[in-house]
Ligand binder design. Structure first.
Ligand SMILES: *[C@@H]1O[C@H](CO)[C@@H](O)[C@H](O)[C@H]1NC(C)=O
Ligand SMILES: *[C@@H]1O[C@H](CO)[C@@H](O)[C@H](O)[C@H]1NC(C)=O
Ligand SMILES: *[C@@H]1O[C@H](CO)[C@@H](O)[C@H](O)[C@H]1NC(C)=O
Ligand SMILES: *[C@@H]1O[C@H](CO)[C@@H](O)[C@H](O)[C@H]1NC(C)=O
Length: 513
């Protein structure tokens, strides 16, 4: 049965390719495949939703910038030589009896300011002073952090990875025994190996997203830093460049807080809406289409920095309120830009991650988001991002087949999976021609949703590849993704990592459109 379905889909898609993808009758309710000029787009990544790896210098001015929200810290006691651990992952005492550090031994920071933090443990609870008994034992019981969960980290100025932790009662944490950690040690000024309040610090994982940059600078400095970034990272000249180099669209990642500009919830700062307004006016001037992409949804749909997760947790889609809040963001954005001739598509959410985001809840959101786009625009395409993680690439077809002018977004990177680790240049290129093209074909149906390769890049795990190798790899992807019925978008326009910057790739002759 399965074989039969795959065969029949491939067969139809081949037919539709050979007829030039011009399936007639765009007005039929159920039919998405009108004659659209395929999108040849570039993402404006790292602009209105921060990603530190795209522009690391954005974080340079933050004091203690290795202690940002979501950074995982592990503490090894110098006296017992073992790691602090939230026993059973949280909900009970903190012990110091683990010889190696992993999930239960990692404490994720919530930054209050440069020296003051909450520590979140594996199960989502926070470290604090025990409220029962003597009030000095250290536990991980609080669901939400309050004053008793607020600690200061002191670093040895001569060795920043030797630290002590000051509890809200004014005393330092000390390891009395492997099974007893309490806050009753008085400062003595030393950093020796015999001091039960001293810990060796290791870091495990860090996030550099919008939450980290805005909260890292804090409410006084962040507005200036972000305003400067938004007004210089992408400018009108970039739209001219896009136009002159054979692209016809931009996909613009935005964060949910944009809808409450000019007074977004802390720590976000105002101004990204003005920047998006500017993008629309430049797009109109140069005849560029805009795909608005809700890249960061409230609570984070995938736990990554690019969805502005605070600490790696993924909380989007858990409640009806949260989904409604997200629908309101789409409502706001579509209403604002529906009259612009450049508004081409609205992508309801980027890369929701399975299994944390369930298909049922996502479908509920997609239907409501679709309806709210249609309230303002009969013509804007509505883009539904496939889930990452364990999921079927066709799982949204049941829904999308019912939605006129809907598009499925897939992201194809020869990265982020160990299968690519040992690939040669030629294996990467063959994979594009064989496997990626089979994946695109599998998704292409004559009466179903359009297909958008909304993110790809000419980067791989190959080291020391030649320019010519990159050129062939990019050309292969352009050819195969050029057959996607809605088109494609390169990730991204600007990036300190050259191959991830379409601007650099074009200017240096690696990619020609
Ligand atoms: C650490 O201490 C706790 C509390 O006494 C105990 O339940 C646990 O088994 C100990 N773990 C190890 C690895 O010693
Ligand atoms: C950080 O916050 C704590 C708790 O609110 C406060 O006591 C401390 O003075 C603050 N430090 C700085 C540098 O702002
Ligand atoms: C889906 O939404 C319901 C409430 O609408 C919630 O109870 C459930 O936990 C959600 N599932 C997931 C995986 O978030
Ligand atoms: C790619 O496709 C080829 C040919 O269909 C297949 O033999 C191979 O296993 C696929 N490779 C991967 C990594 O899936």
């Amino acid at each position: 049965m399965k074989l039969f379905i795959i065969f029949s889909i491939t067969c139809c898609s081949l037919l539709s390719f050979s007829s030039g993808r011009s399936v007639p009758n765009d007005d039929a309710d159920n039919n998405n495949n009108g004659r659209i000029p395929p999108v040849r787009a570039v993402n404006l990544g790292g602009w209105l939703v921060t990603e530190g790896w795209i522009k690391p210098s954005l974080f340079d001015g933050i004091i203690n910038n290795d202690f940002l929200d979501g950074t995982g810290l592990q503490f090894k006691s110098v006296t017992v030589g073992k790691y602090l651990c939230a026993e059973t992952g949280g909900g009970t005492i903190i012990v110091a009896n683990r010889t190696s550090a992993s999930g239960w031994e990692t404490f994720r920071l919530w930054r209050i300011n440069e020296t003051t933090f909450n520590f979140r443990v594996f199960d989502g609870r926070f470290v604090g002073l025990s409220t029962a008994g003597n009030g000095i034992d250290i536990v991980a019981e609080a669901e939400r952090p309050d004053a008793t969960e607020t600690f200061q980290i002191q670093r040895n100025p001569d060795d920043l990875n030797r630290v002590r932790i000051k509890a809200p009662n004014g005393f330092f944490l000390q390891v009395k025994t492997e099974e007893l950690v309490s806050a009753d040690y008085e400062e003595n000024g030393g950093w020796g190996d015999d001091d039960p309040s001293v810990f060796l610090l290791t870091m495990s994982g860090r996030l550099q997203g919008e939450y980290q940059v805005t909260n890292g600078y804090g409410p006084l400095v962040a507005p200036q830093v972000m305003k400067e970034h938004w007004s210089t990272f992408i400018v009108e000249e970039d739209f001219k460049f896009i136009k002159e180099n054979g692209l016809n669209a931009v996909r613009i990642p935005v964060g949910w807080w944009i809808a409450s500009d000019p007074s977004p919830p802390k720590p976000y700062v105002p101004g990204s809406l003005q920047a998006l307004d500017n993008a629309f006016s430049w797009a109109e001037k140069y005849g560029i289409k805009v795909i608005i992409d809700l890249h960061a949804a409230p609570g984070s749909q995938n736990g990554w920095e690019h969805s502005s997760s605070r600490d790696g947790s993924q909380e989007w889609g858990r409640t009806d309120d949260n989904i409604q809040q997200t629908v309101n963001v789409i409502d706001f954005l579509t209403a604002r830009y529906a009259k612009s001739p450049s508004l081409f598509a609205v992508e309801l959410i980027n890369e929701p991650l399975s299994p944390g985001v369930s298909l049922d809840n996502l479908t509920k959101y997609y239907q409501a988001g679709y309806d709210v786009v249609r309230k303002h625009s009969a013509t804007a395409y509505v883009v539904l991002s496939n889930r990452l993680g364990p999921s079927e690439p066709t799982e949204l077809f049941g829904l999308a087949n019912r939605l006129r002018r809907s598009v499925i977004d897939v992201h194809y990177y020869n990265l982020f999976s160990s299968i690519f680790d040992s690939f040669t240049v030629q294996q990467n290129i063959d994979y594009v021609y064989n496997n990626r093209s089979a994946q695109v074909n599998q998704l292409t149906t004559s009466n179903g949703p359009l297909i958008f390769v909304g993110e790809w890049v000419a980067e791989w795990q190959v080291s020391n590849a030649r320019k010519e190798d990159y050129q062939r790899y990019a050309a292969a992807q352009l050819e195969v993704f050029g057959r996607a019925s809605f088109g494609w978008a390169y990730w991204t326009l600007k990036n300190v990592n050259n191959h991830w910057s379409l601007e650099w790739m074009i200017e240096n002759g690696y990619i020609k459109l």
